[in-house]
Design a protein around this ligand. Structure first.
Ligand code: SAM
Ligand code: SF4
Length: 534
């Protein structure tokens, strides 16, 4: 989500004459796109802002902005605590950033060092923060619609892109800040989504990942849609009962998630891989699984967080399903989609929180069992982090000691590593279609290079400068014997590295889907051998 927001903001600023810099030290404007989901992420931003105090003394004209969840949550407190910050812009008002930035840059210049006055002016702007979430005309949609899509660099530019289909979340899991920082669930009109996919495909993108906090809840009712200025507006998510099966809506003008997947698959053949995150385990209808099974270019991959393997903890988290229901869903998904015999095994990944308030040893053992039964290829494991403003923070004491949280976290990581390795070993001898993404980490290190295709988290721009060219990293790569190691992913999201004979060959493969036989497995990745490619 944040990566896509950074891309949209950087693209919009580029349209307005700002240019990205290579180094933070060269920038006139530093923008931090922040996440508040866990405290640790916020701490990192606080320390980066702390380091800027000294820089600002020598360069008072430098404009510093905090974007995203922290700006939404911490508001003027953040500015009081960190006077280096000139701009705050929550995820619901990113469309206003150019205006805020222009204001800040002009104010900085004209006040020539009078910081208190410039801050007062900027705080006036940021007080409009949450209003955007409720605005009748969804200006954020315009930001998505104005996305700049440049042709993909034929020499190894990033060929995977995100497309947002819903914003916000209505679930209110008791530990989570997202419904507060990103607002209520809103579904984008299907025609906007399909058009964005077409534009990306035309620009050379081969893989699209559809984004939503509960992506499978996508649903757009055409009869109830509203247009403002000729633009169909996104629609608030509604709670609805019953099946998500397509038949339930036969004859009505509703686009369900299954319909949306089917339409993108049929209407945008240039997208060779279509995937989506994050799936919510409840209400996942067979209609989606059927479309996935019957569509060649939809990936056999589901990221479907369980969060815990204890019914008591799941209830306290307000997740709305039991362990039995979760496992029933995985079984159903496997029945539809697990087809190793045609080279398309279903791969799963998950999220787990350990040390949620009240989690006993017995609850935790339930989570270990769930991990063993789910057999994720990888799982993101988090220690519970109490977040102010959430129900758990206010009502459920954070009573699992830090040392126990750490112990469970480390133990679960070890359990998952064993499962991941076993899954890796099962793939040896199989051949997968691999989308080659670029040089492997090992190759980048060996060649003293950085990954030029990396997406920005900090946006560093100059005013009126010229864009920084992408470094020709592949030309400089070599493992000492002339061979080059590249990396890519299978449609089940397995990471596979393989060697090719020289840099020119590596360059010709990047962005293409090629058959690779798995010959070894270790940790989270696999070693392979290129079977053939023209
Ligand atoms: N919407 C997705 C879902 O519910 O499956 C997840 C979105 S959340 C931004 C990503 C992950 O962060 C969650 O799945 C959860 O495991 C973790 N997370 C969220 N709040 C947390 C908290 N307060 N402490 C620890 N982990 C948290
Ligand atoms: Fe947060 Fe739950 Fe919504 Fe996921 S579903 S974003 S964990 S509230």
């Amino acid at each position: 989500m944040n990566e896509l927001d950074s891309e949209l903001v950087a693209g919009r600023l580029a349209q307005l004459g700002y240019a990205m810099t290579r180094e933070a030290g060269e920038a006139d404007v530093l923008l931090y796109n922040t996440c508040s989901v866990r405290e640790q992420a916020e701490q990192k931003v606080w320390s980066r802002l702390g380091e800027l105090k000294r820089t600002k003394k020598t360069r008072p004209e430098l404009v510093v902005g905090v974007l995203g969840c922290m700006a939404e949550r911490d508001g003027s407190d953040l500015m009081k605590r960190m006077p280096v910050v000139d701009i705050m812009c929550g995820p619901g008002e990113l469309d206003k950033l150019p205006e805020l930035l222009d204001n800040a840059v002009r104010t900085r210049a004209s006040l020539a060092g009078d910081q208190s006055a410039s801050q007062a002016a900027l705080q006036g702007n940021t007080s409009r923060r949450s209003q955007t979430l409720a605005a009748a005309e969804d200006r954020l949609e315009l930001l998505d619609l104005s996305r700049t899509i440049s042709p993909v660099d034929p020499d190894g530019g990033h060929r995977s892109s995100y497309v947002r289909i819903t914003r916000g979340c209505n679930k209110f899991c008791t530990y989570c800040v997202v419904p507060f920082t990103r607002g209520a669930e809103i579904h984008r009109p299907p025609e906007h989504i399909i058009d964005e996919c077409k534009r990306l495909a035309d620009a050379g993108v081969v893989e699209v990942t559809l984004l939503g906090q509960t992506v499978n809840h996508y649903r757009f009712e055409h009869g109830a849609s509203v247009a403002v200025g000729g633009v169909t507006q996104p629609q608030k998510g509604r709670t609805y009962k019953g099946s998500h099966h397509r038949d339930a809506f036969a004859g009505t003008s509703v686009t369900t998630f299954a319909d949306l997947l089917h339409q993108i698959h049929e209407q945008v053949p240039g997208i060779e891989r279509l995937r989506f995150v994050t799936s919510y385990p409840r209400d996942f209808g067979n209609d989606v699984l059927e479309v996935m099974r019957d569509s060649e270019r939809i990936c056999r991959y589901l990221h479907v967080p369980a969060q815990s393997g204890s019914d008591t903890v799941l209830r306290r988290m307000n997740r709305g399903y039991t362990v039995g229901e979760y496992l029933e869903f995985l079984d159903r998904a496997r029945q539809f989609l697990h087809q190793p015999e045609i080279g398309r095994p279903l791969m799963l990944s998950g999220d787990i929180i350990v040390g949620f308030p009240g989690e006993t040893d017995e609850d935790y053992q339930g989570t270990v069992r769930l991990l063993e039964q789910s057999r994720y290829k990888n799982c993101f494991i988090f220690k519970y982090s109490p977040r102010p403003g959430t129900v758990a923070y206010d009502k459920i004491p954070d009573d699992v000691p830090e040392v126990i949280k750490r112990e469970r976290n480390n133990h679960l990581l070890a359990v998952q590593a064993r499962i991941g390795e076993a899954i890796g070993n099962e793939q040896i001898g199989q051949t997968f279609d691999v989308l080659v993404e670029g040089l492997s980490q090992r190759q980048l290190k060996a060649s003293g290079l950085t990954n030029a295709a990396r997406k920005p988290r900090t946006i560093e721009v100059t005013i009126g400068g010229s864009a920084v060219a992408t470094a020709p990293v592949v030309d400089d790569a070599d493992q000492g014997d002339g061979t080059v190691q590249v990396t890519g992913r299978s449609d089940g999201d397995l990471i596979i590295h393989f060697d090719v004979d020289n840099a020119a060959h590596a360059k010709s493969l990047i962005g293409r889907i090629v058959p690779v036989e798995v010959v070894s497995a270790s940790g989270l990745s696999m070693g392979g051998r290129l079977v053939s490619a023209d």
